[in-house]
Design a protein. Structure first.
Length: 398
């Protein structure tokens, strides 16, 4: 089921950006000699992307606004190379747009931009990478539903795009620019704005009208919409400035979905908060969590990823577990049964990377091959077909 709040523009989001080791020089024609062998992947609305060890970006799935970045508006059920000679250190997939940071720290975005989510000073969509305005040196970037955020090399958080609920974190209900002709008449910023306050961030993650960030000290802060408790401060009051997530936890990683967030402690415990309609927070169905709640049975985790209505993580040994909505097989356990308890992904593969998207999941196995499962309506699994998959299925070669 697709929530009514996403009826016109289904959202979300995977969304932290991840660093990738880069080789100093690369001939794009030979960077994938045996096909698509990514070291990281990102999953969003109805498209997905991945990066090779050389920093070459590939995307697949829906492409109605150019979100695949290959210069066309044609969907693809198998990976297609993002055009140009850019080499990326990390990449993030939103609803209708994609963003990445090059090995030199420059942010580029492509796809839909009616609310300014590409950050290039215009509200024009782009079918290939367009440079984010300004001279900010970015460490990472995160594409959300209708906004984007990033962290500079000095730890300052910046956001741009829609600010309908304060998701830009500028301590104001509106941004300096008005995106003319926007369907809902929301205010936005067409260029990066520094998030209010003096916090230094290690990462940020953008969702649907809210954002969370992890400071360099491991404290979580969130801002924007809070109707389901997704800010984690124990209230349902929206905030246009960062508010501290409750519980005084120290986290090592954080990921934002549509209206929930999950974070990981140094000890491998997982905590989630916010919307819990399908158990994606890991607590009993229908009971939203206004502050971090421990996910029962989630121990020894090394990474975490929050999707639209499900969450996934990897243990230190590379075993994959998912929980939450499973109506299209996004948990990868061979069933269509939703649950608030982590379920082992079928197949016994050892994974090194995992990304939860709208109603699908993409992961990288130890053999450097990508696998995907769940909804495949527009080819977001990249398997070469448009058939859903209930268990991990290899992503096709480009």
């Amino acid at each position: 089921m697709r929530p009514s709040s996403f009826a016109s523009r289904p959202s979300v989001i995977a969304l932290i950006a991840f660093a990738v080791p880069i080789v100093a020089s690369c001939d794009r024609s030979t960077s994938t000699p045996s096909g698509f062998t990514p070291v990281s992947v990102a999953a969003g609305g109805l498209h997905s992307c991945g990066l090779t060890s050389h920093g070459v970006a590939y995307c697949w799935g829906r492409n109605v606004s150019g979100e695949l970045g290959n210069g066309t508006l044609t969907k693809s059920a198998r990976p297609v190379a993002v055009v140009g000679s850019l080499l990326f250190a990390n990449i993030s997939v939103g609803t209708y747009h994609t963003c990445g940071v090059t090995t030199g720290g420059t942010a580029y975005c492509w796809g839909y931009s009616n609310e300014g989510e590409l950050g290039d000073s215009s509200a024009a969509s782009a079918v290939e990478p367009t440079k984010v305005a300004g001279a900010i040196v970015f460490a990472s970037v995160s594409a959300g539903s209708t906004h984007t955020c990033g962290v500079s090399s000095s730890g300052t958080a910046y956001c741009w795009g829609s600010n309908s609920a304060g998701e830009l974190g500028i301590d104001s209900a509106t941004g300096p620019d008005y995106c003319q002709g926007i369907r809902y008449g929301v205010y936005c910023s067409l260029t990066p704005l520094a998030v209010t306050g003096a916090l230094k961030f290690a990462s940020v993650s953008a969702g649907d009208r809210f954002t969370c960030g992890l400071t360099t000290a491991g404290a979580a802060y969130c801002w924007g919409l809070n109707s389901s408790g997704q800010l984690g401060d124990g209230s349902v009051v929206a905030s246009s400035a960062p508010v501290a997530v409750g519980g005084a936890h120290t986290f090592t990683a954080l990921s934002v979905g549509a209206q929930h967030a999950c974070a990981l402690t140094a000890g491998g415990a997982v905590y989630c908060w916010g919307d819990n309609r399908y158990g994606q927070v890991g607590t009993p169905y229908g009971q939203n969590a206004g502050s971090p709640a421990a996910v029962a049975g989630a121990a020894g985790f090394a990474s975490i990823s929050a999707g639209l209505l499900h969450s996934c993580g990897l243990t230190a040994s590379g075993a994959a577990f998912c929980w939450g909505n499973n109506t299209t097989g996004s948990l990868g356990n061979g069933t269509l049964t939703s649950t608030g308890t982590p379920q082992a992904v079928s197949g016994g593969l050892v994974f090194t990377f995992i990304a939860a998207g709208y109603e699908h999941t993409v992961a990288v196995a130890g053999d450097r091959l990508a696998y995907a499962w769940g909804d495949n309506e527009l080819g977001e699994l990249g398997t070469g077909t448009y058939a859903n998959a209930l268990t991990p299925t290899p992503v096709a070669r480009p």
